[in-house]
Design a protein. Sequence first.
Length: 161
Amino acid sequence: MQATGPEEDELFAALARSGARVLLIGRQAMIVLGVPVMTSDYDLWVHIDDIDRLNAAVDPIGLVPNRTSAEARQRGRYVLENDLHVDVMVARAATTKDTDEKVGFDDVWARRQSLSYAPGVDVAVPTLDDLIRTKRWALRQKDISDIQLLEALRRTRTEGQ
C-alpha cells in the first residue's frame, strides 16, 4: 500500500500506536485492498471498550470527537473531525439489511487482516467477506456497487491461487 498524504499518514500511524481494537472499513478499506474507488472520508469500527484509547491516540493530530464516549456508546457512532472526517462506529454488532445477518465486531476482529501501510504502520481491515457484510448494513446504491467490486476482487484472488 502506498502512503497518499500527511493527514492519512498521521491517522494510520495514530491508529497503529493506539492499542485500540479498530478496523478501517468502508471505501478507504477498499482502497487499501486495491479497489479503485474514490472517497474523501474515513470509516472506522472501534471496539466499544476502546473509544477512549482511540480518541487519545488521535488527539495529537487534532482529531476531535463530536460526542463523549458515553454518548457514542449510547448512539453507536460518533465523528472525529478536523480537516479529515472520520465516522466511527462503536456498536458491538450490526445487522445486514438484505439477509438480517448479525455482524459482530469481535468475530470480524478475530478474522481481520493486518496490512502494511508504511514501515512500522499496519492497518487492520476486515477480510473481503466481512467487508462485504459491512457494506450490507446500509445497502445504498453505492454499497451495492462496492459489493460487486469486492466480489470481483475476491474472484480474481481465488482464480490466482
